[in-house]
Ligand binder design. Structure first.
Ligand code: MN
Length: 340
């Protein structure tokens, strides 16, 4: 009895979740949904942006070597995986654990109709915090569908929230980007309009200009077609593989698209998969291709997943997906453009 659905129907569990939120170190994911969720948690518990734990690129809260402080945790928008300590989880990705410990509460929006984000769940858990914050995460993950949720029926200036979501999503796309600044702007501002007027927004504008220029380069990559998927491979330090997969999956719909970035982390291939076909489960395609692969692989949503593999393992994935023979002989991804 430690699970709460998106309607937060059990007052005793809500109270327990609020206690854990107040006692726990806030660990939020680094996209607009994660950062706005973190800002809601910090504001609801009277803390500032400096009090949150933000993970460096390539690091997650999971696994024995995760750099976690002692004490309870509030894990927001990171998915839900086992932790050996008191915790509140708030998340909307597909559920991969059945049971939690007695000292844990999981708030999940998995499978909710209409779809919700972590920030929407956080807004419902902490309704005293201004609801434009939840809207930033909703539009960040869901686009305008997020703004159509009943949570935002009044008082949201959509243009401000859209613009802010793009800016708040920018620091994570740049190595060493200004994540803490983005979180601080969200924690401090009284409205989305005030956030956009914060002088620190210039740091986010700069991050956005940098990743946009990288995106404009790699979006021109030519796809290679396998039987089940189209694959694009490129190398950039920018975190744009999900955007590339999304844009190409619209162009090639309903065919699934896998966008692989050989430059995001040293000695890793980070990739995103997207498709416009609601009948396909991309996670199943990946798991069938590499059945014994553990770790950061095939999590997320049926039509939005991905992973991080070492290059040899990624080559095995390409072989299993039947695109190996058609990949370029001289890999373009040997040449990562430096950041500036
Ligand atoms: Mn999210």
């Amino acid at each position: 009895m430690s699970w709460l659905g998106p309607d937060l129907a059990d007052p005793a569990l809500v109270a327990r979740a609020r206690e854990l939120l107040a006692a726990g170190t806030v660990i939020c994911h680094d996209d607009a949904d994660g950062l706005s969720s973190g800002a809601i948690a910090l504001r609801a518990t009277g803390r500032g942006a400096a009090d949150a734990l933000l993970m460096e690129r390539g690091v997650t809260p999971w696994g024995g070597d995760a750099p976690l402080p002692d004490g309870p945790l509030a894990v927001l928008d990171w998915g839900i995986q086992p932790l050996e300590r008191a915790a509140v989880y708030v998340d909307h990705h597909a559920l991969e654990v059945d049971t939690l410990r007695d000292d844990q509460v999981g708030i999940t929006g998995a499978g909710a109709d209409p779809e919700v984000t972590t920030s929407v769940l956080m807004g419902r858990l902490a309704p005293e915090v201004p609801h434009w914050l939840a809207a930033v995460g909703a539009v960040g993950d869901l686009g305008d569908r997020g703004l159509a949720l009943p949570d935002f029926a009044d008082g949201i200036v959509k243009a401000h929230v859209r613009k802010l979501a793009t800016l708040v999503n920018s620091p994570r796309r740049m190595p060493g980007g200004p994540l803490r600044t983005a979180l601080a702007i969200l924690v401090d501002a009284e409205s989305a309009k005030a956030a956009l007027a914060d002088p620190r927004i210039a740091e986010l504008e700069e991050a956005k200009a940098w990743w946009r220029s990288e995106f404009e380069q790699v979006i021109r990559t030519a796809p290679v077609f396998g039987a089940q998927v189209a694959v694009l491979e490129f190398a950039t330090r920018a975190h744009v593989h999900a955007l590339v997969a999304m844009q190409w999956s619209r162009t090639l719909r309903p065919r699934p698209v896998l966008a692989a970035n050989h430059g995001f982390l040293d000695d890793r291939v980070n990739f995103s998969m997207r498709c416009a076909d609601p009948a396909l489960d991309l996670r199943a395609i990946l798991k069938a291709a590499l059945p014994d692969e553990q770790g950061e692989f095939a999590h997320g949503h049926p039509q939005a997943t991905g992973g991080s593999l070492d290059p040899e393992r990624f080559d095995e994935l390409m072989t299993a997906l039947g695109v190996d023979a058609r990949r370029p002989v001289v890999p373009a991804w040997r040449h990562v453009r430096p950041r500036d």
